[in-house]
Design a protein. Structure first.
Length: 194
């Protein structure tokens, strides 16, 4: 039985209510049956001191997804060779779960640079893309404006960023409303981003 699964990629450093609003909206208001929140691993060739270790970010995604039946955390990219490309992840998933139909979820800002992605033509040929609105400069390439495989979903525009949250925590600001309660408690307990 074919299940239609939306893949929502992110570093989720940390996962915040904006991510949950978008993921849940995609699960409830599109024909996607499940949303997998795919935690992007730390690239070993890049020094990103602000990026928490993979298992901590995955743990926060697990905590955030509790109580949402259609949202599933995924560490599928952790075991793939680095640096990894979306086209490789999609091929790996299709091989591992041949009865599922995998679709890509991306913000409109990513669609604007999608033509620069590795093998973007292969991706759009084999997978549907679901786009949520983002306020960002630039234009979507003409070939993707009315593409048959690209669906725009009128999800809420959420302007919350993980960068902002990390900086605010560092400055001892209260950002609890921007985070799931269990995620906030985990960050607080572990003393992250201070």
């Amino acid at each position: 039985m074919n299940r239609k699964i939306g893949l929502f990629f992110g570093t989720f450093n940390p996962i915040h209510t904006g991510h949950l609003i978008i993921a849940n909206h995609m699960a409830e208001f599109s024909d996607l049956e499940e949303i997998w929140l795919v935690v992007t691993p730390h690239n070993p060739h890049k020094n990103k001191s602000s990026l928490l270790e993979n298992h901590h970010r995955l743990e926060m995604v697990y905590k955030a997804c509790e109580g949402y039946d259609k949202l599933k955390p995924s560490n599928i990219e952790f075991d793939l060779p680095q640096p990894n490309y979306t086209v490789n992840t999609l091929a790996h998933l299709q091989e591992k779960f041949p009865t599922n139909e995998f679709c890509l979820i991306m913000g409109e800002d990513n669609l604007k640079s999608f033509h620069k992605w590795k093998n973007s033509e292969v991706i759009v040929e084999n997978h549907e893309i679901y786009v949520y609105p983002r306020i960002a400069p630039g234009e979507v390439a003409a070939k993707y404006q009315e593409h048959v495989k690209i669906t725009r979903v009128a999800a809420p525009i959420v302007e919350i960023s993980s960068t902002f949250i990390r900086q605010a925590i560092k400055e001892s600001k209260n950002v609890r409303p921007l985070l799931d309660k269990k995620v906030w408690e985990y960050i607080d307990l572990m003393n992250f981003y201070k």
